[in-house]
Structure formats: C-alpha cells, structure tokens
Design a protein around this ligand. Structure first.
Ligand SMILES: Nc1ncnc2c1ncn2[C@@H]1O[C@H](COP(=O)(O)OP(=O)(O)O)[C@@H](O)[C@H]1O
Ligand SMILES: [Mg+2]
Length: 248
C-alpha cells in the first residue's frame, strides 16, 4: 500500500467513527494528529502535501500546503477540544465544524467577489478549506508585526476595507492588527468566523442591528492601533458615517 493509500484508508476509518456520532453534538475522538489532518486534506483533494503550520487558534489550525506544487493555505476547524469541566477529550461532530467552516468560506467568497482584499478562496470540504497563500519565502506579516512608513495611508486603506465589506453586507466582527495581513504594501483581511452577513433581505434589519456593536468595536480596534502612530481615527465618527451610507 502506498503512503497515499494508507493515508486515505486511515482517514476513511476516522470519518466513519465521526459520522457514527453524528446524532449527538459531541463525539469522543482521539487526538487529531497532523498525520490525520494531512490524510484528510489529501484524500479530499485539497492539498497534495502539508509543509508547515502557520498558526493555531481557538478553534482552527492553519497550515501551508502545496497543491500542484503551488503554495496554498489550509484552514482546518478542529474536531476536538478539551472542555474545562471534564478531562476527557471531546470533539465537535464533523457536521458542526463543517457548518462553521462553510460559513467562513461563504463569507470569504462574498467578500472576494465584492472586491474586498482577502486571500482568494479556493475549495472547502467538510471542516476545512483552502485559500491563496499570501507571502513569498515567508508568510505575509500580520499588521501587528510591521513598522509602517506611511501609517495615515494604511489607516485610510483599513477604513476603506471596512466600507467595502459593509457594501458587501458584511461586518468582520474580529477586526484588528491580528487579522490583517500586510503584503506588497497592501492590507488583506482574514479570519471571518465572527462575521455577520446581512445580505439576506429577509432578516437584514435584525442582522444589521446585531452587526452594529461589532462594527463599532472593529473601528475602535483600528482606532487604538493607529493611535500608536499618532494617526487620528475617530471610531465613532467613522461608525456614523458608514452607517448613514448603508442605511439610506
Ligand atoms: N491566506 C493566508 N496567507 C498567509 N498567512 C495566512 C493566511 N491565512 C492565515 N494566515 C496565517 O495564519 C494565522 C492564523 O489564521 P487565522 O485565519 O487568523 O486563524 P486563527 O486566528 O483562528 O488562528 C494568521 O495569523 C496568519 O499568520
Ligand atoms: Mg486570526
């Protein structure tokens, strides 16, 4: 059996185990190793290989993969987490993490189609999706890790980015120097699991109300980041200006 076939077989059994627990919200799973993630991603044709880990967050791990020799970012929502109360490793069922990944991927696609600078979305399968890798030899730095030469311009660009997202009926909800990449003198926004999408006519009003405090917080985060450069950015002022634009 080749390495690839072996990986695929392992992945098949893991999935069977997970799907067996579909009716409950949680399923007990073994620690998901890099090997399993790799097998899963390869089996589903998302990448041919995983070459590095780019980040690990509360709910997802982010990897650098290769697909047809081209670099690609793979984001995998973890199927397990250790709850505080119990010592046991419990996992969220694949459907639940799949739904979270699907939601983030859809928002990424909407933002991309609306011309917001985001990494180009590629494909999603279950709890994982791929997108363009921003970077060269190394990954693009986060805004928090760069020293800006022209902070005023970048601040304008950041506000413009929030405005373009709003025009696409999206509020990011976790916008800060930690979720903005700075690449080729441009900002790109990533990481949308907290985003509110109010594009549907049916419940737009309710969703927009839900999004408003998040919008203000996003702007306040930008405000405090740019204040360190002495750039004045009035979060309140921008908030009202932007809302007037979309509410009329
Ligand atoms: N498309 C991308 N290109 C380059 N680096 C990326 C890309 N997407 C994510 N990263 C890197 O991976 C890290 C984690 O990604 P993110 O989506 O913010 O997940 P989380 O914050 O949940 O860990 C980021 O801080 C960034 O350094
Ligand atoms: Mg992040």
């Amino acid at each position: 059996m080749s390495e690839r076939e072996l990986a695929s077989a392992r992945s098949f059994w893991k999935r069977r185990e997970l799907r067996a627990g579909r009716r409950s919200r949680y399923v007990e799973v073994k620690e998901v190793s890099l090997e399993t993630v790799t097998a899963d991603a390869i089996e589903n044709g998302l990448v041919d290989e995983i070459v590095a880990m780019l980040g690990t967050g509360k709910e997802a791990d982010v990897y650098l993969g290769l697909w047809n020799e081209a670099p690609l970012v793979l984001k995998v929502y973890r199927l397990h987490r250790t709850p505080h109360k119990k010592k046991a490793v419990m996992g969220y069922a694949v459907d639940r993490m799949g739904a979270i990944a699907a939601r983030e991927f859809t928002i990424l696609q909407k933002a991309y189609r609306a011309g917001v600078p985001v990494p180009t979305p590629a494909r999603r399968v279950d709890n994982m999706f791929t997108m363009r890798f921003l970077g060269g030899e190394a990954k693009a730095p986060l805004l928090k890790d760069v020293e800006l030469d022209r902070p005023e311009e970048v601040a304008k660009h950041a506000i413009d980015l929030v405005e373009r997202l709003l025009e696409a009926f999206i509020v990011h909800g976790d916008l800060s120097q930690y979720n903005l990449l700075y690449w080729n003198d441009r900002l790109f926004v990533i990481d949308f699991p907290q985003a509110v999408d109010f594009s549907s006519n049916v419940d737009r009003h309710i969703r927009l109300e839900e999004a408003k405090p998040l919008l203000l917080r996003d702007l306040e985060n930008l405000g405090s980041y740019f204040a360190k450069y002495g750039v004045q950015l009035s979060a309140e002022g921008e908030y009202h200006r932007l809302l007037t634009k979309i509410e009329c």
